[in-house]
Design a protein around this ligand. Structure first.
Ligand code: SAM
Length: 329
């Protein structure tokens, strides 16, 4: 599928639930209201939509949320999608998780055909972790990460850079990732959804972080590209990659190859824009495969050129009102 700006759209991110077992301060308010079950697509409906995207040329699917591994029977979906891996169909099936359930699921994920997993971990300090996640236990995530490694999955650690919270601990994370063979990706906070605190208090420009890290590490330019928003370097001292995702200080839209499906069947063509296409009424109204394909093509034809995130210091209003856990991180 080619969008109006000539970009090939081959990557679908699928949120399978808006629920999470953590409440990271930059992501959710403490008392979130979650969606009623009938509004959520069944695993069969999700599989049917994914199959349509694959038919139309999608070759990479990332399962996310909320926390994807807290969705009941989610392995059924992984197994069904895993069966679509192979020539001419799906090239990669992967997930983004907070790692808390990986001890339970790592082997099954590997058996379903998952080869890589992104695990969100903003700090290695148990107290700071508990503070960021509001009630998380770091041991669960660390055990999950090592279960994934033991199951043969390549692990990439995603860390949101937070001013005054983990900014001084990033050197330690680079060393730890190097020691265990994990890549690391640093992310700027984005103004998505109402949260309890002030975004301007959390926002830390990665240009500053990178300059500081260069005092301790040799960051060699890397030509590694994933089609995603990260700019990668190789850390010469560890041999591992480090990526920087800078939606606030750099617009990464030119090479965007992705769209995002929520757990209610709404397709967002851009993380930072509100235009969307709702597939649930079609799925529940008995749509044919041909009509479903046409609806997907029509949505892709509306993909905007890019987003325009601004953290507004006067109002502290989010640029986009839906939370990352709704659109799928
Ligand atoms: N629960 C899974 C996890 O923890 O990875 C998947 C969903 S989570 C929403 C995906 C990623 O989005 C996490 O790495 C999280 O840190 C990040 N995230 C959430 N809200 C964000 C925000 N406002 N700005 C930047 N990253 C955010």
């Amino acid at each position: 599928m080619i969008d109006p700006f000539g970009r090939t759209i081959s990557y679908l991110r699928v949120s399978v639930t808006d629920r999470c077992d953590l409440r990271c301060v930059y992501c959710m308010a403490e008392d979130m209201t979650f969606l009623p079950k009938p509004e959520i697509l069944t695993l069969e409906e999700l599989d049917r939509l994914c199959a349509a995207f694959i038919r139309l040329g999608t070759d990479k699917i990332r399962i996310t949320g909320g926390e994807p591994l807290v969705r009941r029977e989610v392995m059924t979906l992984f197994r069904r999608l895993g069966a679509r891996l192979g020539d001419g169909a799906l090239r990669e099936l992967t997930l983004t998780t907070n790692g808390s359930q990986l001890v339970r699921f790592a082997e099954d994920l590997a058996a379903a055909g998952v080869r890589r997993v992104n695990v969100s971990l903003d700090t290695l300090d148990p107290a700071v972790f508990a503070g960021i996640t509001r009630w998380g236990k770091i041991e669960k995530t660390l055990d999950g990460i090592f279960a994934a490694k033991s199951a043969g999955l390549a692990v990439k650690i995603n860390a949101v850079a937070l001013k005054g919270v983990n900014e001084d601990a990033l050197d330690g994370m680079i060393a730890w990732c190097g020691e265990h063979g994990f890549d690391l990706c640093l992310i700027e906070t984005m103004p998505l959804g109402e949260i309890d605190g002030q975004r301007t208090d959390q926002y830390l420009p990665l240009s500053m972080v990178r300059a500081k890290l260069r005092r301790s590490w040799t960051l060699e330019d890397s030509d590694y590209v994933t089609g995603g928003p990260a700019r990668y370097y190789t850390v010469a001292e560890t041999g591992r990659r480090i990526g920087f995702i800078t939606p606030m200080t750099h617009n990464f839209c030119e090479s965007c190859n992705r769209v995002r499906l929520t757990c209610t069947g709404t397709l967002y063509m851009c993380l930072g824009q509100d235009d969307a296409a709702d597939f649930r009424p079609l799925l529940r109204g008995g749509v044919s495969d041909d009509a479903l394909d046409d609806a997907i093509r029509a949505a892709i034809a509306r993909k905007p050129k890019g987003h325009d995130f601004v953290i507004d210091r006067r109002t502290n209003a989010p640029a986009v009102t839906r939370h990352m856990s709704v659109t799928g991180g």
